[in-house]
Design a protein around this ligand. Structure first.
Ligand SMILES: NC(=O)c1ccc[n+]([C@@H]2O[C@H](COP(=O)([O-])OP(=O)(O)OC[C@H]3O[C@@H](n4cnc5c(N)ncnc54)[C@H](OP(=O)(O)O)[C@@H]3O)[C@@H](O)[C@H]2O)c1
Length: 348
């Protein structure tokens, strides 16, 4: 079996580290290069000590990239797009994990990112990347733009309601509790231990850029009104999104079960979690660490037409590296779950 040669650009970061961990155990992949400018020449284990003794790869510079089959780009916002011609000359497939190619509409982009986007012939070639919703377009795709972490949790949870036109034309309110790893591995005063520890920081009550993806993916006949807020809590990995939607017509809980079954019954990485008993009755990101699952639960308010939808993911996995590998598998006609079978831990 010929293995696909892949390289990970921006591998010293948190997302790059998770991609490396997954792809080292992917039997149809050979990792050709990993890049970091800060850690040039140093071993991968300098930044990802969990991989000590597992790989001998050392960091190279972006400028020394060799041709390969797939380039995974784990770079900050703006960096992938500014060098896209160079990256495209190095690989027949690019999977970008930044937000540079997620938003198709220039006006929507400008509204949420606060600046005009440079025109790029590549933009229209990128397939937006939530595998469960864009699987058909991903098959044989050369350019895939992986979805944002909070966006993934909210879109997967709400998609069936919007797709079936069940949501009243009122705003939908969604609030996510997020882990600190969402901010990447650069230090700042905001992440300094004495400042960060014990705080619950409402860091993005409005204007979170992932809202653009939610509007893009959940607008069908008209533009959906979605309001999203994010709160950073005392957790390293994970997203727990609580969304409040108001239904056009009253549905019973069994109808909502059927709705989710219609869309997600055969999805390997989506679980509807709504138990009557036990302590994990609804989704909880704690048990998803290191996994590619998105757990979705719901409760119908018996006194109104409100449904509270709760969704949980690991931001670095289903929110980033995991769904990028899932998209890579789909696009290369490899079994979708390859390298993603890890079921997670109960106690950590
Ligand atoms: N963290 C999450 O939960 C999450 C989830 C979904 C998507 N994402 C997206 O994934 C991307 C990576 O996130 P992350 O959390 O892994 O960030 P990170 O920990 O800060 O890592 C950033 C990586 O990019 C490299 N880099 C930074 N500036 C660069 C530049 N100007 N030129 C070349 N390389 C540069 C860094 O390499 P050096 O060692 O050379 O500095 C590092 O390897 C971001 O676009 C982020 O928005 C993140």
């Amino acid at each position: 079996m010929t293995k696909l040669k892949v390289s990970i650009v921006g591998c010293s970061g948190y997302v790059g580290g998770e991609l490396l961990r997954l792809l080292l155990f992917h039997d149809q992949v050979e990792i050709q290069q990993i890049t970091s400018e800060r850690f040039l020449g140093k071993p991968a284990s300098r930044t990802h000590p969990n991989l000590r003794g597992i790989t001998k790869l050392n960091y190279t510079s972006i400028n020394d990239l060799e041709k390969c089959d797939t380039l995974f780009l784990c770079l900050p916002h703006g960096v992938s797009s500014s060098s896209i011609n160079y990256f495209a000359s190095k690989a027949s497939q690019i999977i970008d994990l930044s937000s540079d190619f997620r938003i198709c509409d220039d006006t929507l982009y400008e509204k949420w990112y606060g600046k005009k986007r440079k025109s790029s012939k590549y933009l229209e070639n990128f397939v937006y990347g939530i595998p469960e919703l864009h699987r058909d377009k991903m098959v044989n795709a050369s350019y895939i733009s992986s979805a944002g972490c909070n966006a993934t949790a909210v879109i997967l949870a709400l998609y069936p309601f919007f797709k079936e036109d069940l949501v009243e034309k009122l705003p939908v309110i969604s609030e996510a509790k997020v882990g600190t790893s969402e901010g990447g591995n650069k230090f700042s005063m905001a992440t300094h231990h004495p400042e960060r520890t014990g705080s619950i920081r409402s860091y993005m009550p409005v204007l979170h850029r992932h809202t653009a993806e939610m509007v893009q993916e959940l607008s069908f006949n008209s533009t959906s009104k979605i309001h999203f807020s994010a709160t950073a809590i005392q957790m390293v990995r994970g997203v727990l999104a609580t969304s409040h939607i108001f239904l056009k017509r009253d549905l019973e809980e069994r109808d909502i079960w059927s709705l989710y079954r219609k869309y997600y019954l055969d999805e390997r990485f989506i679980r509807i979690v709504k138990e009557r008993q036990g302590i994990y009755r609804l989704p909880d990101p704690k048990i998803l660490i290191g996994t590619n699952y998105c757990d979705i639960g719901f409760v119908k308010d018996p006194n109104s037409n409100r449904v509270v939808v709760i969704s949980a993911i690991d931001n670095l996995m289903k929110g980033a590296a995991g769904q990028a590998v899932q998209a890579f598998n789909i696009s290369n006609n490899i079994d979708e779950i390859k390298a993603l079978e890890f079921p997670g831990f109960h106690i950590i």
